[in-house]
Design a protein around this ligand. Structure first.
Ligand code: PMP
Ligand code: GLN
Length: 383
């Protein structure tokens, strides 16, 4: 059978997690929390399951969850989306990103991907007949080189994927980034697919600016989010998309034939859980402690790094220590030091190797300390 995605294999996240498990290594590769969710949230799932909320919910999601999400958006981003016409609950941000791409990308359209980039964007473009156009982020800090984006625009440019806080680098977009993007697409029919799954994980007082918070961008943007990331329940696969009514109408046409709806009791549980804003407003502090602990340990190793500004990932450079390929080092670290991470070359379309590794620090303190201790033996591998 001729593959529609000939160059795509099993994702690196699955590959490295399996290797970590086979090797009995601490798994700082695939991004998922190593600790449980708030028991209050778990109890709510039990409550709604037992109450019999187990049949199909409305196609766009239960109204209660859409309403409270709209209120959260007003509180954190300063605008109130219409829960009826602009908010859709979906089965994870992955679905939101795919459905948004399906809604706007037509055969032959060009879609910008700023790389390094998360791996689900490219198939979402190509399976819909589009062509990804890769624009590199700045190597030193992963900020956007707006001139390069501007230079790549053609009549066929139809959409751009953006991701802030950024996976893998942690770069957080500034107001000036939002203004640059607005300026770039003004007067053109270019849609924005904004991956904001790490919206509540920012550090050092930096604030996440949703593209929806920008009045002009809001008119063209699908804001895609993930409750899994926010509340440490990645296995629930529940997320959302906020977009203007006309775009939401098209988005829902895809959503209703991709999954139709999203797991009912989790929707009720999240709707009640979100009533207390401190439950999400406390997340930056919670993760800041983990990031600080992790980078303070990293500074005792030979890796070089810039502290991550957001997401639960930290990049490190090792080019000054060795000529080894990043993938080889990641595999050897997993096997020999028993600490797994992700080689960042996988986030580039051409697998460019800048000798950078990504660690996930969404783990219990004891696990992070143990991993850091093992990383002190790095020279054993590099020698
Ligand atoms: N985008 C990015 C940048 C991610 O890191 C992830 C997490 N795997 C996703 C999207 C997918 O989110 P979800 O699990 O809600 O589908
Ligand atoms: N987003 C997660 C990461 O970047 C992984 C999710 C997945 O395994 N697809 O590690």
């Amino acid at each position: 059978m001729e593959s529609k995605l000939p160059h795509i294999g099993t994702t690196i996240f699955t590959v490295m997690s399996k290797l970590a498990s086979d090797e009995g290594a601490i798994n700082l590769s695939q991004g998922f929390p190593g600790f449980g969710a708030d028991p209050n949230l778990l109890e709510l799932v039990g409550k709604y399951t037992m109450k019999g909320f187990n049949q199909y919910p409305p196609m766009a999601g239960i109204l209660g969850l859409r309403q409270i999400l709209a209120e959260k958006t007003q509180l954190t981003q300063g605008y109130l989306p219409d829960p009826e016409r602009e908010v859709t609950i979906v089965s994870g941000a992955t679905e939101a990103l795919f459905a948004a791409a399906s809604a706007v990308v037509r055969r032959g359209d060009e879609v910008f991907v700023l790389e390094p980039a998360y791996d689900s964007y490219e198939p979402a473009i190509t399976l819909n007949g589009g062509k990804p156009v890769y624009v590199p982020l700045e190597e030193k800090d992963f900020s956007v080189n707006w001139q390069s984006v501007r230079d790549a625009i053609t009549e066929k440019t139809r959409a751009i994927f953006v991701n802030s806080p950024h996976n893998p680098s942690g770069y957080v977009w500034t107001k000036s980034d939002l203004d640059e993007l607005a300026d770039l697409i003004r007067g053109r029919e270019i849609f924005v697919i904004s991956d904001e799954v790490y919206e509540h994980i920012t550090f050092d007082g930096k604030k996440h600016l949703s593209l929806g918070s920008h009045k002009e961008l809001r008119e063209k943007t699908f804001v895609c989010g993930s409750f899994g990331k926010t509340f440490h329940v990645t296995g629930w696969k529940i997320g959302y998309c906020i977009a203007p009514p006309e775009m939401t109408t098209e988005f829902r046409k895809i959503h209703q034939y991709l999954t139709f709806t999203t797991v009912t009791p989790m929707q009720y549980a999240l709707a009640e859980y979100l009533e207390k804003p401190e439950r999400y407003l406390s997340i930056p502090d919670f993760y800041q402690k983990k990031r600080d602990l992790f980078i303070s340990g990293l500074s005792q190793t030979d890796f070089q790094f810039r502290p991550s500004s957001g997401s639960f990932f930290q990049l490190v450079n090792f080019g000054h220590l060795s000529k080894m390929a990043d993938r080889e080092l990641a595999e050897r670290m997993t096997k020999e030091l028993k600490v797994a991470c992700i080689p960042v070359s996988v986030f580039y379309s051409d697998k460019k190797d800048n000798q950078v590794l990504r660690f996930c620090f969404a783990k219990e303190e004891a696990e992070l300390l143990e991993a850091l201790d093992r990383l002190r033996d790095l020279n054993r591998i590099l020698a």
